[in-house]
Design a binder for this molecule. Structure first.
Ligand code: 13P
Length: 343
């Protein structure tokens, strides 16, 4: 492990004004997104869509520090034959790769899942590094079911252990691990239950990272924010989300971690930006705090694109706008009227 190289990459991933584009939707997930647009999902349409994003040169070079790719995408070439990885590098952005193999039901724990993909991971990391990946992502999923007493200890511990094994393997192959323990916002729980479960999951994750001897200086944490479950019917103010999120992170995330890059998790585009901005307005933080958004960066460009080549410029503008808004939010410099002006 070359910790100074890992630390350099991790620090670049969370540089002020910039954040990560999560474009690593599995084939199944991107198909769902394309279905809502009425676009057929084929290797070519997936390539065309992602090429459109990566060729948004201005947005990429100013606001995007890294792009998380899917296995298919890291191997694809642009229409003109240039590898997509090269387009990303040319924009001054770091290519990364999702390496988990998705979730499987956890036996004897109805409703709970564990993320798989450790078998053969070292060999895959070596290959991905050869294809240009400088960082990786592994997502653990924790469901909060207020009524059913979820999550279970087995689920939290199994996922923390897998995250730590993955992170150690990445560092051993000089790839920065994004450690993503996602507490879902789909349930009927309130914000305080989200805080409680997030605290437990982060404590358990950092303990597993410690036992696995992961160097905190060479990783990036990708957590959820503290928000009420979507089915709770409750809303929290931007100030409450920022305050509760920051409090739980300060309790659980050592200052040795260079940066925290949030997932958007089903928040609206503007909510995800407003929350990130409010957190960064809360003053001197122990780590850099930025975004690693999938839906909150891509919903607008996907809609604008709708599979039509003639919409490319409009889609790139929509992507550029969200990237800029989130870039400002990483410095606590976003304002709601910047959204209105663009509308
Ligand atoms: P969302 O921002 O859409 O939650 O996606 C981020 C991600 O990469 C989840 O693993």
């Amino acid at each position: 492990m070359n910790l100074s190289e890992l630390n350099k990459v991790a620090t670049a991933m969370v540089a002020p004004g910039r954040g990560i584009l999560a474009a690593d939707e599995s084939t199944g997930t991107i198909k769902k997104r394309f279905d809502t647009l009425g676009v057929e999902s084929t290797p070519d349409t997936r390539r065309d869509y992602r090429e459109m994003l990566f060729r948004s040169t201005d947005a990429m070079s100013k606001y995007i520090s890294g792009v998380i790719l899917y296995d298919e995408t890291i191997r694809q070439n642009a229409k003109d034959g240039t590898p997509l990885v090269k387009l990303i590098e040319k924009a001054g952005t770091l290519p990364g790769i999702k390496v988990d193999k998705g979730t499987k039901p956890l036996p004897f724990h109805p409703g709970e899942v564990v993320t798989e993909g450790l078998d053969g991971l070292r060999e895959r990391l070596v290959e991905y590094r050869g294809l240009g990946a400088r960082f990786a992502k592994w997502r653990a999923v924790i469901d909060v079911g207020q009524a059913h007493g979820l999550p279970s200890y087995a689920c939290v511990a199994a996922n923390a252990h897998a995250l730590a094994r993955y992170a150690a393997l990445c560092q051993d192959e000089n790839i920065v691990p994004i450690v993503e323990p996602e507490v879902l916002m789909d349930g009927d729980h309130d914000i305080d239950r989200c805080v409680e479960v997030t605290r437990w999951v982060l404590k358990e994750t950092f303990q597993a990272l410690f036992f696995a001897r992961v160097a905190l200086e060479g990783m990036v944490l990708k957590p959820n924010m503290a928000v009420p479950g979507k089915k709770s019917g409750k809303r929290a103010s931007v100030a409450e989300v920022a305050d509760k999120t920051l409090r739980v992170l300060k309790e659980c995330v050592p200052a040795a971690v260079p940066g925290i890059a949030f997932l958007s998790g089903g928040q609206s585009d503007e909510e995800a930006t407003a929350h990130l901005d409010a957190i960064n307005k809360m003053g001197d933080l122990p780590w850099r705090v930025t975004f690693s958004y999938g839906r909150a960066l891509q919903a607008a460009p996907q809609k604008a694109w709708s599979g039509k080549p003639e919409n490319t410029a409009a889609a790139q503008r929509a992507f550029g706008h969200r990237a800029m808004m989130n870039g400002l939010a990483t410095m606590g410099q976003w304002k709601a009227d910047l959204e209105r002006k663009a509308a």
